[in-house]
Design a protein around this ligand. Structure first.
Ligand SMILES: *[C@@H]1O[C@H](CO)[C@@H](O)[C@H](O)[C@H]1NC(C)=O
Ligand SMILES: *[C@@H]1O[C@H](CO)[C@@H](O)[C@H](O)[C@H]1NC(C)=O
Ligand SMILES: *[C@@H]1O[C@H](CO)[C@@H](O)[C@H](O)[C@H]1NC(C)=O
Ligand SMILES: *[C@@H]1O[C@H](CO)[C@@H](O)[C@H](O)[C@H]1NC(C)=O
Ligand SMILES: *[C@@H]1O[C@H](CO)[C@@H](O)[C@H](O)[C@H]1NC(C)=O
Length: 453
């Protein structure tokens, strides 16, 4: 019996050695999981020094129970068969990337606490991520989650160092900003989330970084109940009907609001506060951005504007500008002689072509002219379509036709209680708050309120 003991000890030693066979700090700085045996191997490392990657032809299930820290990144991309990824023990990882995992439906990291960035992209089957609210510490620099089916992200409850970007998550319905300030350098983006209907911003007192909320068709209402200061940048666009910033008194950066719905309450409120010097700073506020300014709801003054469009393939939408008549007259004055010239040289194909391009140039100029006119001069525009139709040349038909289309669209929309996306919707230029606020800003066709400092 006594001589068996050392033998058992040796066997146990050998077993431990073979189980822990992998190097937990490989010189390659990386471990690639290809098989379930690789999973069994890596979970013997409580701390892995380096990156952990799952190969494209990796297993259906990867469970990293046993690993508490990965010094580098956990990087899982383009794994066609992966259905489940989890670790009950992992607390620390530098960057956590999931990208293009068409079958991933189960994601569970309940111990996750220390992570610098989370980037989850293209996860169509993922409806839920099991991350413990309150556990992830506040040193996270970036969380970008886009093109997933995740419905709940309530565990993200602290201000991000640089970026929170929640874009194209079709099942996400609500999110609450549970802190008082968006810090300088920090950007929050909520964009193109089809079911997104409830963004809670009622705790924000100051926005010193950036907030961009755009293209969430179901989001109708935002109540910035205690927001006093915008020191950075705020861009809100969409189909809002109820926006309020009742406590706002300082805009040191920029506030840019445009809604296809009627937010004239907000625009009027801002105007009033500005004129009584309660609000200092500068803002753009556009209500009914797709509606015809001659409709009754557009009776308010400068805060309601028919925006011009920036896309090159669109006709000028502001056919009702007062300046259009002079622009059109100039166009006619130039075009009619040109048409005469063209017809007298019809036999020469080359010359005809050259003149055609000239006509196009002039048409373009006319469009640019009408684009640059002031929306506030829009009162005389009503009779323009008829006037133009009666002339019947190419340019005028173009403009008159578009106006009719706009009016038809407008009526259809009014009959239709549902404000779906329409072809005429102004293309919303997503701003990249990091660098191009002002270039994006200058493209935005809004009425600008310049306020005394
Ligand atoms: C987070 O992990 C890093 C190493 O990846 C470490 O330096 C840091 O102390 C950890 N922070 C906390 C709060 O655990
Ligand atoms: C979203 O994910 C799906 C499936 O992975 C992909 O086909 C699609 O191109 C992605 N769309 C975007 C905008 O990334
Ligand atoms: C929106 O969410 C907040 C908290 O996240 C909740 O208190 C509120 O009732 C929700 N509102 C609606 C209309 O669902
Ligand atoms: C607009 O929002 C305010 C504040 O959240 C709310 O009290 C009010 O009922 C809302 N009005 C409409 C028409 O939704
Ligand atoms: C947010 O994510 C979307 C989708 O990837 C991207 O197009 C957009 O540029 C991002 N915004 C910022 C500010 O990074």
């Amino acid at each position: 019996m006594l001589c068996i003991a050392p033998l058992v000890f040796l066997i146990v030693q050998w077993l431990i050695a073979s189980v822990g066979a992998i190097n937990c700090a490989p010189s390659s700085q990386s471990f690639t999981i290809k098989t379930s045996q690789d999973v069994s191997d890596i979970i013997t490392c409580a701390t892995f020094t380096g990156n952990v990657v799952v190969a494209a032809d990796g297993p259906e299930e990867v469970s990293l129970d046993g690993v508490t820290a990965i010094s580098g990144n956990l990087d899982v991309e383009n794994v066609a068969q992966l259905r489940s990824l989890s670790s009950q023990t992992l607390t620390t990882v530098s960057s956590f990337t999931l990208n293009n995992l068409p079958k991933l439906a189960h994601l569970s990291f309940p111990s996750l606490a220390n992570v610098s960035s989370i980037k989850w992209y293209a996860l169509p089957a993922l409806e839920d991520a099991d991350v413990t609210p309150g556990k992830v510490n506040s040193e996270v620099d970036e969380i970008s989650i886009f093109n997933t089916s995740i419905s709940n992200l309530d565990w993200i409850s602290w201000p991000l160092g640089s970026l929170l970007n929640l874009t194209s998550n079709a099942n996400l319905q609500s999110f609450a900003v549970t802190y008082g300030e968006i810090n300088p350098g920090s950007t929050l983006v909520f964009s193109d989330n089809a079911a997104f209907r409830n963004l809670t911003v009622s705790q924000l007192t100051g926005i010193y970084g950036a907030l961009q909320v755009s293209e969430n068709p179901e989001l109708k209402s935002l109540d910035f109940a205690v927001l006093q200061t915008i020191g950075g940048y705020v861009q809100l666009s969409g189909d809002y009907v109820n926006l309020s910033m009742s406590a706002l008194n300082q805009v040191n950066g920029a506030l840019n609001v445009a809604s296809t719905g009627d937010i004239s309450d907000l625009c009027n409120d801002l105007d009033q506060k500005a004129s009584s010097h309660i609000l200092n700073g500068h803002y753009d506020c556009t209500a009914n951005s797709q509606k015809n300014p001659t409709s009754p709801s557009a009776s308010a003054t400068t805060s309601i504007a028919m925006p011009t469009t920036t896309a090159t393939d669109r006709p000028p939408a502001d056919g009702n500008n007062g300046d259009l008549s002079s622009a059109a007259k100039i166009a006619m004055g130039v075009l009619i002689p040109l048409v005469a010239i063209v017809s007298s040289f019809l036999t020469c194909l080359c010359l005809r072509r050259r003149l055609r391009s000239k006509v196009r140039e002039i048409e373009k100029n006319v469009e640019e002219r009408s684009d640059s006119t002031e929306p506030s001069e829009s009162n005389t525009g009503n009779s323009e379509p008829k006037e133009l139709e009666s002339i019947g040349t190419r340019v005028e038909i173009g403009i008159g036709h578009e106006i009719q289309e706009l009016q038809a669209e407008e009526q259809a929309r009014e009959l239709d209680a549902i404000h779906g996306k329409s072809e005429l919707e102004t293309p919303i230029t997503p701003l990249t708050p990091a660098g191009s606020w002002w270039s994006g800003h200058s493209d935005t066709p809004l009425v600008r309120h310049e306020l005394p400092a």
